[in-house]
Write a protein that binds this ligand. Structure first.
Ligand code: NDP
Length: 403
């Protein structure tokens, strides 16, 4: 029985809060705060309708640390779950430290004026959380999150060492729009337009954005082009799986998406440099995000599946030589929508946020300081993926991937 305070009221938050309400024996008291209170109220109404559970709602600007501290003191949660945007990570962590409460998020901090997400800013909070006897868990979404846990489960149960790792993220869903992103458009476009980076022989190898691609046949989706990208779990995996010779992240994009993005980039609409427009300073990417469809409105029309997994090659635990395993989840957009009113990209992030929260508030995952998912026991998390909507499969492949 515990009280939680969730910050942010987008698609990911909506799924997480619905799933918390479905686990009322763990989350007895749910509070939801975001910049726009009406969005919290809409989530609370849907949760009441679907589960009968009440969710208390508040308006907050999470970048206002004193206001956050007041809210935390009023609600007295055992955990603050940050499902707002990466820009709010540090102020929410500051507020948690001041109010003496544990913290969880799904995306690492990124400064607004630089499209460069890195763990260094949040890792720098380790000593302060440790001294306060508090825990902060970073990246409890799907990727990062489940992909990190998949990797550590393979390391615990199948492979003594992992030599080579490929994360394959495929969204085979069709939302019927010419161009839309499946999670926050500003964060999504900053991520895909950044140079690609992968880990090889102890260093980062950088290549231009969306240049290196491979075709892969995804179960329940079909053949898709997957592009090499930088993704934040590569940083924590390279740190916590030090024997890795190579780690790469691939994400699928359709030709229409690439064409739209190329045009938008060429005309300057994806820039984060402020410009003056009619006497006002605006950031082109923020303006673009404002005119694109809101991710939370895509649920009703999105059909198809996501398929996200990890292929790892290394020395087998049982001493039988080098082995390759593929571990993945397939999630249906339609089923996710039916259950929570949100599409599968929000679902595959919101469910792991609920699971990480459940493990923290029940004490199954505990610690003092700032932690990544790789540092936790993967087993209870993997069990809850199966019981709470994201079942996974593992299979042995004939050999390492050759792309
Ligand atoms: P949305 O843009 O749909 O929702 C973000 C929410 O945060 C909105 O309700 C927004 O309020 C609120 N918010 C923004 N700024 C503030 C602020 N200063 N104070 C309080 N609330 C604020 O995003 P998503 O739900 O798609 O994504 C949520 C998070 O999940 C993001 O950090 C994203 O990077 C992460 N993510 C992680 C994934 C993973 O696998 N690990 C995958 C997908 C997403 P308002 O509506 O008023 O603007």
């Amino acid at each position: 029985m515990s009280t939680v305070l969730v910050i942010g009221a987008g698609g990911v938050s909506s799924v997480c809060v619905h799933k918390m309400a479905m686990n009322a024996e763990i989350f007895s008291d749910i509070h939801l705060a975001s910049r726009t209170k009406s969005k919290c109220d809409a989530i609370a109404a849907s949760v009441k309708d679907r589960t009968g559970q009440d969710v208390a709602t508040y308006s907050i600007d999470a970048e206002e640390v004193p206001a956050m501290v007041n809210l935390i003191r009023k609600v007295q949660p055992s955990l603050v779950v940050n499902l707002a945007l990466p820009y709010q990570d540090l102020p929410i962590m500051d507020a948690c430290l001041e109010a003496g409460v544990n913290y969880l998020d799904t995306a690492n901090y990124e400064p607004k004026d630089e499209a460069k997400f890195e763990y260094k800013w949040q890792w720098a909070y380790h000593d302060r959380f440790k001294e306060a006897g508090l825990m902060a868990l970073l990246g409890s979404g799907f990727d990062p999150g489940v992909t990190s846990v998949f990797t550590m489960w393979l390391k615990k149960h199948k492979l003594k060492t992992i030599r080579q790792l490929d994360i394959l993220d495929c969204n085979g869903g069709d939302h019927g729009q010419h161009f839309a992103t499946n999670f926050n458009p500003e964060i999504n476009i900053r991520e895909v337009t950044a140079p690609a980076r992968h880990w090889e022989n102890g260093e980062w190898v950088e290549t231009p954005a969306m240049q290196v691609r491979t075709e892969f046949d995804f179960e329940a989706v079909g053949k898709k082009n997957a592009y090499l990208m930088y993704h934040e779990e590569l940083e924590s995996l390279a740190k916590f799986v030090p024997e890795l010779e190579r780690a790469r992240f691939w994400m699928t994009f359709g030709d229409a998406y690439i064409t739209h993005l190329t045009v938008l980039q060429n005309v300057g609409m994806t820039s984060i440099e402020p410009i003056r427009y009619q006497g006002k300073e605006i950031i082109p990417l923020q303006f673009l995000a404002a005119v694109l469809p809101k991710p939370e409105t895509l649920g009703e029309t999105t059909k198809g599946n996501t398929n996200i997994g990890v292929i790892a090659t290394g020395e087998a635990l049982d001493g039988s030589g080098e082995k390759t395993f593929y571990i993945k989840n397939i999630c249906s957009h339609e089923k996710a929508y039916e259950e929570t009113g949100n599409q599968a990209v929000s679902y595959t992030t919101g469910v792991p946020a609920m699971i990480g929260s459940a493990l923290m508030v029940t004490g199954k995952w505990s610690g003092e300081g700032v932690f990544n998912m790789e540092q936790m026991d993967p087993d209870p998390f993997m069990d809850m993926l199966n019981s709470d909507g994201l079942p996974w499969t593992v299979e042995e492949l004939d050999g390492p991937v050759d792309f």
